[in-house]
Structures are given as structure tokens and as C-alpha cells.
Design a protein around this ligand. Sequence first.
Ligand code: NCD
Length: 317
Amino acid sequence: MTLLDRDVIAVSDLSDDEIQALLRLAREFAGPEGRPTPRNELADRIVACLFFEPSTRTRLSFESAAHRLGARVIGFSSPAATSFAKGETLSDTIRTVSHYADLIVLRHPKDGSARLAAELSEVPVVNAGDGSHSHPTQSLVDFFTIGDERGTTTNNNVVLLGDLRFGRTTHSLATLLSRFGNKVTCVSPPGLEMPEGVIEECARHGRRPDQTNDLVGALADADVLYVTRIQKERFADPAEYLKYAGSYRIDDDILRHAEADLTILHPLPRVGEIDHAVDRRPGAAWFRQARNGVPVRMALLTSILKETPQILTEATR
Ligand code: NCD
């Protein structure tokens, strides 16, 4: 069982044991303060971050993770300054960059683009979000954070709220949660439900998620509320987006229906779905979740690029 030289395109590319090993390694990197110290495991490596879509946390935490491991980073944060602007295809870009780096981190607006890139690349590809399909590294961060905040990654009652149709983070997270014996309840505006394919995948590997419009009812026995924004950029017609904008908002009023220790997560950016007054609740964990992006991605990068991560102690191996 090794992640050496492997692509990570979906959470289904990782076995349960591999996921647990990654989380343990991330825990070691995070240290007691959640702030990884600089290391040099990847001092001889180059990581390419190719972002064809906007990103703050994913790109910067990947870059920070690579730097904290001593790797060098090349890439771009927007395709506008690359040959994409001249009409170059993703395939040709990947074929080229795979000669310039030891690993490619790719974010791209098309579903399936990361799998295509992995087929063409000479070096491992990590999916940092492909259209509305999947975002496996965010889900590992979310899963790690649930373990941190709740003390366990199993038997949690997790409510996923928002645009579950286009929200790629919820697709990979739902399957991960189901695989590890958590109860998932999907709450979305009508028309933005979780795709049937994701529900089926969850059911195949664990418990079938519940689907409801009743947020208040779902909150009553929730351990974790995972909020997402409406994915504006995925709507072909802006009028269609406007139908959903502002259709749900988490505030102290609605949270009276939840346990006081409810953990609230959001992959961010938030654009109005969470009232800023909610930040004061002890369970408001989205910035800790964003912080966890670095150690989790350090664990992933080092596992793909190094035979046996030096940091692994006997206890965690
Ligand atoms: C998410 C994404 O890009 O899918 N953000 C992230 O990676 N942290 C969520 C979103 O954009 O809504």
C-alpha cells in the first residue's frame, strides 16, 4: 500500500487504509499548534500548480505545503497569461508541463479534465477541482477537520447544505463520509439536489444519504453542518442563478434548533450563506478547516513523491 507515483483524481482512488494513513501523517505535520514547521523531504522536487479557475485556499495551501516541504513551485493562477489564451488545448499543456515538474496539481472548469490529464501526464496528477465533479483534496481536509473537531471520523451525523448539484466538494465529501460510517443528510433548494450518481455511490459503500428540504428538522440531531455557496459560475443562464441566490442563510436564529456544540464547516468562499455573527460560536470551524489544508496537502504531496515519508513513526506506519 503506497501512494508513490499515484494520481489522486477522486476519493475512490484511495483505499480506506490509505486515507487513514494520510490523516495520521497530516496530524504529525500539523503538530500540536496546527502549524507545520519547515521540512526538507521534497527539497529536490518541483510541483506545478496549474489553476484554470479562481482559487484562494486550494492553490495557496498547496503552494504553502510544497514550500514547507522544501519543494519548488511553478505554475499559474489564471490561464490568461498562458498559451491557453492562444488556443492551446489542456492536453498539450499537460504533456508539456509534465516534463517540467514532478507532480501536477490541476484545477479546471471541465468535469473529467483531471482524469484526462492523468492519462496524458508523465508525472502524477492531483485533482484540485474539476468542474462540478469532484474535489478530493478538499474532502480530505474536511474529513480531517471533522476528526479534529468531533474527536472521530465515524458515526457523525453530518448535514450537507446548499448547492449539492454543482458543489464538487460535497460530492467527494458525501462519499468519504458514507464510506466511514457517518450519516449524511442532504438539504438543498429544490433543483440543486445531490446528483443521483453520488447518492448511489454513497449507498454502495455505506449508508444511503437522506434527502430533505427540512433544514430545521435536520439540524435537531446534527453533529456537523457543512454549508456551501450556490455555484454561480456553473449556471449557463444568470437568471437561473438568481432564482437560488439568497435562498438559505445560517444565522443564530436558525441555529437555536441545533445543539450548542454543533460543528459548522464551509469550504469557503462564503458569499452570504453564513451570517458573520455566527463566527462567534465555538463550533464555527471554517478557518481552522482552511488552516488544515496545509498539513493535509503536505501529507499527500510527500506520500506521492517520496517512498516512505521520513516523518512516519512506527506508531503511525
Ligand atoms: C470550493 C471549490 O473551489 O470547489 N472552494 C475550495 O476549494 N475551498 C468551494 C466553492 O468554490 O464554493
